[in-house]
Unconditional design. Structure first.
Length: 367
């Protein structure tokens, strides 16, 4: 399912090394330039106050104490950090094009900003953690999927979808500015722990039964398929691999976490949840030391017929014990690298202090 060298040449044209940058991006402020944000002091502690018309999104943790967030003033978008201990905000860069997504690399040294001026292309900007632009890649596509190699922050896998919903998949290296076409039937590949691209070979018209895992070597373009055929989700973080299978009776998700450095692996069972046509595997967040957090449903069943409260649990490759972190309505979450704090809520507007279980607002979006 490819457009071959035509699409490859188009993408080469748009690589930043061959084209001047198209977005206006300001230089990061000097070290001593900080923003004194509006704040509220209350019994619940200090809160950052942002007007709704200026609030864009909360991204996540850049360090154990700093949260990356985005504001908008007119046509300009600002990326700022907020220090949860001092209450100081610092603007680290500005960008003029509409922002589609912001993502922080697992090693916390870089973040990516995806922008788009029109419906036929998107640009991935790579920044250092202090807001210096490192690279830019423009992609011609109607829609785009991409994944960042957790072991090598210069490597991206992405799939460009066209107006007829055909797609091409590529691997891009910002280190040497090389781009390679990847032949795959599944556009939603993910990086494996050893810089392979992993996809699932889904059976025709049956997403509920799962499929075999395919590992593709990005250098030799050779691949290896797993013997298991009930895999429904996979993800890797540094040396840790996660594979989720569906049980034979389709009542449980079987999570296998493997430490590829020492070969240890642990399996967990959790209630399986679907939305009729496909499985709903809750999102995953990784801590710096390889611990994994995810939501666990109260019981198996359809999403709209089971209890709405989920349990946020911590899993590791060292023990079968699940540590309960918090219980509440399902929603977005992201935790600090050490796991001491988590942001939860529809807009990540609340902070969970893991040790005490206390939940309090850290930001107020004022109408």
């Amino acid at each position: 399912m490819t457009r071959g060298f035509t699409a490859l040449l188009i993408l080469f044209i748009f690589i930043s090394g061959c084209q001047p940058m198209t977005s206006e991006i300001s230089k990061p402020p000097k070290e001593d330039q900080t923003v004194k944000p509006d704040q509220i002091e209350s019994e619940e502690g200090r809160r950052l106050l942002i007007q709704n018309e200026n609030f864009e999104r909360v991204v996540g943790w850049l360090t154990n104490e700093e949260i990356l967030y985005v504001t908008r003033h007119g046509l300009d978008f600002s990326l700022l950090t907020y220090h949860i201990e001092t209450g100081v905000s610092k603007e680290i860069t500005k960008i003029s094009d509409p922002i589609i997504e912001v993502r922080i690399h697992p090693d916390l040294t870089r973040f990516a900003v995806v922008t788009s001026k029109n419906s036929l292309s998107a640009t991935i900007h790579i920044f250092s953690s202090v807001g210096v632009e490192i690279d830019e890649l423009m992609i011609e596509s109607s829609e785009m999927y991409w994944d960042w190699d957790s072991n090598h922050n210069e490597q991206l896998f992405f799939s460009a979808f066209y107006e007829d919903w055909k797609f091409d998949s590529f691997v891009y290296s910002s280190e040497n500015k090389e781009i390679s076409l990847i032949e795959t039937k599944d556009p939603f590949g993910k990086w494996g722990h050893d810089s392979t691209i992993q996809t699932i070979n889904w059976p025709p018209n049956d997403a509920l039964s799962g499929g075999a895992l395919r590992d593709m070597n990005i250098h030799t373009k050779t691949f290896k398929d797993s013997k298991d055929s009930n895999i429904i989700y996979m993800e890797s973080f540094k040396e840790i691999s996660l594979v989720v299978r569906i049980s034979e009776n389709q009542q449980n998700f079987l999570y296998t976490i493997t430490n590829n450095k020492d070969g240890k692996n642990v399996m967990y069972e959790m209630p399986a949840v679907s939305n009729y046509s496909q499985w709903f595997v809750p999102e995953v967040d990784w801590l710096a030391d390889g611990r994994m957090l995810t939501y666990q449903a109260a019981e198996s069943g359809l999403m709209d017929s089971i209890p709405t409260d989920y349990e946020l649990v911590q899993l590791t490759s060292e023990s079968t014990d699940k540590q309960s972190i918090w219980e509440g309505p399902y929603g977005a979450f992201t935790c600090s690298p050490s796991g001491t704090h988590c942001l939860i809520g529809v807009q990540l507007e609340e902070m969970l202090i893991v040790e005490s279980g206390e939940v309090k607002p850290w930001i107020e979006i004022k109408e």
